[in-house]
Structure formats: C-alpha cells, structure tokens
Design a protein around this ligand. Structure first.
Ligand code: ZN
Length: 307
C-alpha cells in the first residue's frame, strides 16, 4: 500500500532518472505515480533516425505516444501538469525564454495541479531534482521549485483550499545519478576491459566534488531492473539514440560497477538512519510496526507529524 510520486520536467526524464528503482518498487507492489510538468514540446530531436520533418511537425503528439509506451513498460501511473516546455536556451548571449513557458510561471500557480495530484494520489514519498535541476535546464530548476512547494503546501489545509483534502507526504528526495564517482567507476571498468569509454573526455574537465558527493544519502539497489530502464528510455525514440551515449556502456558493466540509483534525502517527517538503501526507510517501519493499514494514513495527516 506504499505510494511513491516522482515529479519530472519532461516526458523521458522519468526513464532517464530513477527508472530502475521505479521498476523495482513497482515489482514489489508499490504504487508509483509520475507527474510530468511539461509536454516536452520544445525538446530537440536527439535520435538521427527520428530527425524527420513529419516527426518535427507532430512532436508534441509523438512525445505523448512515447510517454504512453514508457508508462506501460515501467508499470506506472502518469499525469501531465499541462505546462509548456521552456526549451533549453542556447547561444551567447542566451535568448530570452519564450512567453508563457513553464520556467517563467509564478510558482504558486504552477504548483496548483501538482498539489491537487498529491492530495488525490496521497504519496508517502516524493522525488524531484535538486535546486540546480540536476543539470541547468530552466524547466528542471522550475520543477524543483514546484515540487518542493507542493510538498510543503499539500498538507496545509489553509493553502490551496479548493484543490482537495490535505495530504502530507513523509519524505522528499532529490535524484543524484550524474555524479563524478559513478562516471569515474564506469569509465575505469570500460578501460580495464579494453573498451572505449564514452566518458573519458567529460571526466578530463570534471574534478571530484566531495561536497556534492556527500549529498547522496540513499542508494537503492536496482541492477536487476536496468534492462527495464533501458527499454523505457528507448521508448522515447525522439530523445534517445540507441547507438549513442546512453547505451555506449554495456548493461553488465552498469550492473557490476554501479548497481544502485542514488538519492539525497531532502526532507523527512519520519525517523531514519543515514545512509539508507530504501526510499521507504522509516515509512515501512511505521506501517509494519502499526500492523494497521490506517495507522500510516493517520501519520500523514496534517498536525500529527508536526508538518
Ligand atoms: Zn528534462
């Protein structure tokens, strides 16, 4: 009866960040819901085989179909917040963000449909990106703001009073998959096997960052679900080149060298010991210890957890 909600910026982010841990939790009977902030309308076509005028002309619809396929593969529920992709501004100086896009919205307004979804789905745990977005796409940074805002507001009966019954999620995590130690380990194993590493050039200018590395609190073992993650990613055919960077390292190298997906516990309303190996650490115990399915629901009501 455990519920997990991931908040992502674009269709494909749910498959490139945390997808194997998602598949593991689904296999274990956890109800997983993805909230996708934007439709990905301004995403570039990153797969040469899909870079065709007919695809470009229907990109919004095609990305919805890709999301449908990924949703089936991962076994999740998924909803769109309905906001418009801001695009990744490139150039020097960078062009201004397009009018009406997600990243330019007022956070209070942009978070409303998410607050509504949190109150409907009642997740015990939520995930999103850190304050830097994981990488500096304006929609990822906005996604962080909106998810934190919703985590804080959803349990408060005085906020968004017309958007459903209050529900307070118990833990909030940030994804941390793109960190130095992981890429270094993958790189070293590729070289040890006499294979070409796709990360060598990237690592040359990438200095270890112990402060950033120390932010990882929680490593979820999920190597058995890496193949599911890969299938979900490939379903986003306009965004992923099956011959490209993402798939340059064999599956068994990933499984051997870095069998986890990594998270930072950003907020917790339950007791837990760090480091963790489970997003539901502290939440599960609450459910098991009580022996009463209603107990967990009670714990997440406002006022009982000091939220
Ligand atoms: Zn994205």
């Amino acid at each position: 009866m455990l519920r997990l909600m991931h908040v992502h910026a674009h269709p494909d982010d749910e498959s490139s960040k945390g997808a194997a841990s998602t598949a593991r939790y689904v296999a274990e009977g956890v109800d997983v819901h993805v909230a996708t902030c934007t439709g990905g309308e301004r995403g570039s076509i990153l797969n040469p085989n899909m870079d065709r005028p007919d695809v470009l002309a229907n990109i919004a619809e095609i990305r919805r179909q890709e999301m449908d396929a990924a949703r089936e593969i991962l076994g999740i529920k998924q909803d769109w917040l309905g906001w418009v992709d801001s695009g990744f501004p490139e150039g020097d100086p960078k062009p201004p963000l397009p009018e009406g896009c997600f990243a330019l919205m007022d956070v209070e307004e942009a978070a409303e449909p998410l607050v509504r979804l949190v109150r409907e789905f009642k997740p015990h745990v939520m995930t999103t990106y850190d304050e830097n977005g994981g990488y500096p796409h304006p929609d990822h940074i906005m996604c962080h703001k909106v998810a934190v805002h919703a985590f804080e507001a959803a349990g408060d009966p005085d906020r968004y009073p017309d958007s459903g019954e209050p529900w307070q999620p118990l833990k909030l995590y940030y994804h941390h998959s793109f960190h130095y130690a992981r890429f270094k380990a993958l790189n070293d194993e590729m070289l040890r096997r006499g294979l070409e590493s796709p990360y060598e050039e990237r690592l040359r200018d990438w200095k270890p960052d112990p402060v950033h590395a120390a932010r990882v609190t929680t490593r979820v073992e999920c190597a058995d679900w890496f193949a599911v993650r890969d299938r979900a990613l490939i379903a986003h055919a306009t965004q992923i080149d099956p011959e490209g960077f993402w798939f340059a390292v064999p599956l068994e190298v990933h499984q051997q060298v870095w069998p986890t997906e990594d998270y930072e516990l950003a907020r917790s309303l339950v007791e837990t010991d760090l480091p963790e190996d489970d997003l539901f650490a502290g939440v599960r115990e609450l459910a098991d210890g009580a022996g009463d399915p209603d107990h967990l629901e009670d714990a997440a009501r406002p006022g009982t957890m000091g939220a």
